[in-house]
Design a binder for this molecule. Structure first.
Ligand code: 6R9
Length: 652
């Protein structure tokens, strides 16, 4: 952003109070904010006591060498023991940890006692393969229980895992194997995707060859039974090796700052960043936030996070947070429309899911498919709904509450990042009067604000950059192998503050609204306008299910707003509607935000975790050759979109 702070255009007046019964029995009350504000470190020291430590920490935070934090430094613990064994020891071995639902319809429920055996066997198997404390293990898997088991097995023996999303290419996998110097790769023959077995092993073979010799063994889970090439020296079947191991494994305690995992995020340029998370602080904050933000009652709730384990949401809110809390959860392998568009709601009905955590991209897709689909299922078990991954448009938020939550359940919009490790800004379901589209307030113990170009905090009603002003337990510790890049990327823009890369505004009550990545902010006639606000204005029109907005170079205004929209089921795409949509944005946000062009399209380009790739749309809108498309889910989408623009071609 350049000369001006982000304009604050969108007004949203709807408010939803917490349900009385939820508030009366809530895990967290408003007191938590006061307590944490009075003694932030004391608050986190208390939260760390949710964990079972082999050696209790006496120090909470060492911030003597910022931004290199040490949390609970002299404490020792085993993360896998905390996620599994201690629940069995507490007498909850028969509680289901994971209800697995395969895409073809197979299902399997795993209790905490069974999980303990499986994780112990897998830990023994990794030891037999020569993996030791401090080594790295790459995991390239479908969404099956063995993925969580593999992660916990690595954690159990003190090896850091690096999970690479199963949809990534062999090249992407090779780069990550090499960067982390992984000794073993854990994979599967394949997984089920849209009704078909989809192979994984060939990409691993290719990647291991490209990574040139760091990998000693490949451990292969049989999931689809498809034929795979097998190197007798290097490859081992999971069922053979893990199957014959002892279910006894004594967990060793590691330092709180022992590396737990590396997870790569793709920057806008250059090689992916290996975000490093460590043990004690990470587990403290994931466990606390999962318990507080979802009001988790482990004895009665059935929790379901629809993210892939390959993303940070899967790490923190499928594996570590829920299992540390002894929760019962659903894990689903496939896509929401296989074999039909009601699959998610069928699963909610089948397992009586009470807490659902999903992404705006999924919610907008359900809006497009129509209200009548969820209406066919019994969703009465739901009591808390969560959202993560992108700003949620107020209209999508209200649709979610109404059509999935029977206009009764709180919706919590949780802002956080791979780098933050756990939720940072979110309503609390028993405390906060929620506002559709706002993540609202930093959680107890978290300090965040919005600043202008000169690092001054903006007043209520102002917009600018989101920053985190105090260290937090689950913060990234560095970028793997590149401390300088860690400093440059996050800590050099504003002195002493963490720069998140997101635009944000504060409303008149001081609540925070996320406005998208600052790289996407548009500059129109000297005004900084957020893509999120224009997209939300478009989605508030009944004909629009989804919108992506970009600023394209324009001779008169600097940038002109170009909007790509996906229409809802029945809407007719014609010039009249396009004019109406432009006027609707003008009327909602003011004339400055009125798009110059509105283009109805069938699909939008998204990353594999569901975030809209506005950069590619900017290329189209400016008639440029497309940039890097390797992180795109479906590259044919761009061809379709380009065909909408008769004047453009993919050549320069
Ligand atoms: C957890 C996750 C992080 C980026 C983040 C922001 C966007 C995530 C959001 C949100 C608005 C929310 N984001 N949650 N924006 N409201 N509730 O998604 O991690 O994949 O690293 O992405 O996602 O732009 O900076 P990650």
């Amino acid at each position: 952003m350049s000369n001006e702070s982000l304009a604050n255009l969108l007004k949203e007046e709807r408010r939803f109070a917490p349900p009385a019964d939820l508030a009366a029995n809530a895990n967290v009350t408003a007191e938590a904010y006061e307590q944490a504000a009075a003694d932030r470190l004391g608050f986190w020291a208390e939260q760390a006591r949710r964990l079972s430590w082999a050696k209790e920490p006496t120090k909470t935070l060492d911030w003597s060498n910022p931004p290199f934090a040490k949390w609970f430094e002299d404490g020792e613990l085993n993360v896998a023991y905390n996620c599994v064994d201690r629940h069995v020891e507490a007498g909850n071995g028969d509680r289901v940890a994971i209800h697995f639902e395969g895409e073809p319809g197979d299902s399997r429920s795993i209790t905490y006692a069974e999980l303990k055996d499986e994780v112990s066997k897998a830990a023994n198997a990794l030891l037999e393969l020569g993996v030791r404390k401090g080594d790295r293990v790459a995991i390239y898997m479908p969404m099956i229980p063995e993925t969580a088991i593999a992660m916990l097995a690595a954690a159990r023996i003190g090896a850091a895992h690096s999970v690479v999303f199963g949809g990534f290419s062999a090249d992407a996998l090779a780069t990550r194997i090499k960067d982390a110097d992984a000794k073993v790769v854990i994979t599967a023959d394949g997984g089920y995707r849209r009704g078909q077995p989809s192979a994984l092993k060939p990409a691993v073979d290719d990647a291991v060859a490209k990574a040139e010799g760091t990998v000693e063994h490949v451990l292969v889970v049989r999931r689809t039974g498809q034929d795979v090439a097998f190197d007798a020296e290097r490859d081992v079947w999971w069922d053979e090796l893990v199957g014959r191991q002892s279910a006894e494994h004594t967990p060793e305690a590691f330092d709180a700052e022992h590396p737990l995992f590396i997870l790569y995020t793709s920057g806008t340029t250059g090689k992916p960043k290996g975000i490093l998370h460590t043990s004690g602080g990470y587990l403290t904050q994931t466990a606390y936030t999962h318990w507080a933000v979802f009001d988790l009652k482990p004895e009665t709730d059935v929790y379901w996070c629809t993210a892939d384990v390959g993303w940070v949401t899967g790490h923190s809110y499928i594996v570590y947070g829920p299992l540390a809390n002894g929760a019962t959860q659903v894990m689903y392998e496939g896509t929401p429309d296989t074999p039909h568009q009601g699959r998610f709601w069928e699963i909610v009905e089948k397992y009586r899911v009470s807490i659902l955590y999903t992404a705006p991209t999924a919610i907008r897709t359900f809006m497009k498919w129509g209200d009548e689909i969820p209406a066919q299922f019994d969703l009465s078990s739901l009591r808390v709904l969560g959202s993560v991954g992108e700003p949620i448009n107020p209209e999508a938020w209200v649709w979610y509450r109404k059509n999935i939550g029977a206009d009764r359940t709180p919706v919590v919009d949780t802002w956080w990042q791979t780098e933050t490790g756990a939720m940072m800004i979110s309503p609390l379901p028993g405390v906060t009067e929620t506002k559709p589209g706002s993540a609202q307030r930093p959680l107890p113990g978290i300090s965040a604000t919005v600043v202008d170009d000169e690092a001054n905090e903006v007043p209520n009603g102002g917009g600018g950059y989101l920053v985190l002003t105090e260290p937090w337990p689950s913060m990234l510790r560095t970028i793997w192998g590149d401390d300088q890049r860690f400093l440059d990327t996050y800590w050099s823009r504003f002195e002493g503050k963490y720069f998140a890369g997101d635009g944000a505004k504060k409303d008149d009550d001081g609540d925070i609204w996320l406005l998208g990545r600052v790289d996407d902010v548009m500059l129109v006639s000297g005004h900084n306008i957020s893509t999120t606000e224009v997209e939300s204005a478009l989605v508030s029109h009944p004909a629009v299910a989804e919108a992506a907005v970009v600023g394209a170079a324009d001779e008169t205004t600097g940038q002109a707003i170009v909007a790509f929209v996906i229409l809802r089921g029945s809407a007719a795409e014609d010039e009249k509607l396009v004019a109406e949509l432009r006027d609707h944005v003008g009327a909602t946000l003011g004339p400055i935000a009125k798009p110059k062009r509105v283009l109805p399209v069938a699909e939008l380009p998204k990353t594999r975790s569901g975030k809209i790739m506005r950069r590619l749309l900017r290329d189209v809108a400016e008639n440029r050759r497309l940039g890097d498309v390797t992180t795109l889910t479906d590259s044919t989408v761009m061809t379709l979109i380009q065909s909408k623009l008769p004047s453009s071609s993919s050549e320069d």
